[in-house]
Design a protein around this ligand. Structure first.
Ligand SMILES: *[C@@H]1O[C@H](CO)[C@@H](O)[C@H](O)[C@H]1NC(C)=O
Ligand SMILES: *[C@@H]1O[C@H](CO)[C@@H](O)[C@H](O)[C@H]1NC(C)=O
Ligand SMILES: *[C@@H]1O[C@H](CO)[C@@H](O)[C@H](O)[C@H]1NC(C)=O
Ligand SMILES: *[C@@H]1O[C@H](CO)[C@@H](O)[C@H](O)[C@H]1NC(C)=O
Ligand SMILES: *[C@@H]1O[C@H](CO)[C@@H](O)[C@H](O)[C@H]1NC(C)=O
Ligand SMILES: *[C@@H]1O[C@H](CO)[C@@H](O)[C@H](O)[C@H]1NC(C)=O
Length: 231
């Protein structure tokens, strides 16, 4: 009787302790962070991931571009981890996933309820890379570029794991200074090595990993054709 009562109390406090990740606001659209995977490492995987806010400052738009993903060890997982990669490049030292609301890995992330996932679980929320090239763009409203907030990722790292969660490669986020040319849909890519990114709605995940760049190109082609018809 006494034990049952204690168990109930224990259970209910456990349930009420679960906090959902809040939507982030006030992210400066001119601040961008990018993590570039190292060129020399024991894996062929290369690429980068960057995140910046759209003009209304709500949430973060991520551009992910991973290449040379071996066909035999996916689907891959990638997360934002709590600590930066040390100088020796040891991905184990990045610690656990960024999880300020203590959601842990169990139960695993339900992408239909992203506020209940670990904030850093990008592949859980937005889809897992399978093989070859993984080039996606999406909006994640739970991460932040406001330093000092729980969901700030600018001082953290990204880690790519194989299907068995072995850490294959990792990199630190670093601030990218010239982002003005990337914050408007019509921006030019002048003076920037980063292609301009449209600030539109999220582009789907995992399976639909086809390059978002080609959609942008076809949009431009349609525009040019429409103008040609008018003339
Ligand atoms: C993706 O990365 C590869 C090499 O890492 C690069 O050649 C390619 O241009 C990048 N694509 C985009 C869309 O950024
Ligand atoms: C990497 O770091 C972990 C702990 O942070 C340590 O146990 C492991 O030995 C390190 N690996 C190498 C190759 O230094
Ligand atoms: C998460 O756990 C840490 C360490 O136990 C604690 O300091 C923090 O308050 C917890 N956060 C939430 C939102 O429960
Ligand atoms: C990163 O910044 C957060 C505040 O946004 C801070 O709590 C955390 O300690 C910092 N992490 C590292 C590794 O410096
Ligand atoms: C970007 O534009 C904003 C306002 O339009 C300005 O405050 C900022 O200094 C610019 N940044 C750079 C790197 O040019
Ligand atoms: C902010 O802009 C994004 C598109 O970039 C849009 O999806 C979202 O609804 C906007 N949020 C608010 C609060 O206006």
């Amino acid at each position: 009787m006494h034990f049952k009562f204690l168990n109930l109390v224990g259970l209910s406090s456990l349930v009420s302790a679960l906090t959902n990740a809040p939507v982030t606001h006030g992210n400066n659209p001119h601040i961008k962070y990018r993590a570039t995977l190292p060129g020399s490492s024991s894996t062929p995987i290369r690429g980068a991931i960057s995140g910046h806010a759209s003009n209304n400052g709500t949430g973060i738009i991520f551009n992910v571009n991973f290449t040379h993903l071996p066909t035999d060890s996916g689907p891959y997982l990638y997360h934002i981890h709590e600590n930066p990669v040390p100088a020796d490049g040891n991905c184990t030292s990045t610690g656990p996933h960024l999880d300020p609301f203590n959601r842990t890995e169990t139960p695993s992330c339900d992408s239909t309820l992203p506020a209940t996932c670990q904030v850093g679980d990008l592949s859980g929320k937005h889809g897992r890379p399978i093989s070859g090239t993984f080039s996606v763009k999406y909006r994640d409203v739970y991460l932040s570029t406001v330093s000092g907030t729980a969901a700030f990722f600018g001082n953290r790292s990204v880690v790519i794991h194989n299907k068995d969660k072995v850490r294959l490669t990792c990199a630190n986020f670093e601030v990218v200074t010239d982002t003005n040319s990337t914050t408007t849909a019509t921006g030019t890519s002048a003076a920037s090595s980063v292609p301009p990114s449209a600030t539109g709605s999220p582009i789907a995940t995992g399976g639909a990993a086809a390059a978002s760049a080609s959609r942008d190109v076809s949009g431009v082609l349609v525009l040019i054709m429409a103008i040609a018809l008018l003339l």
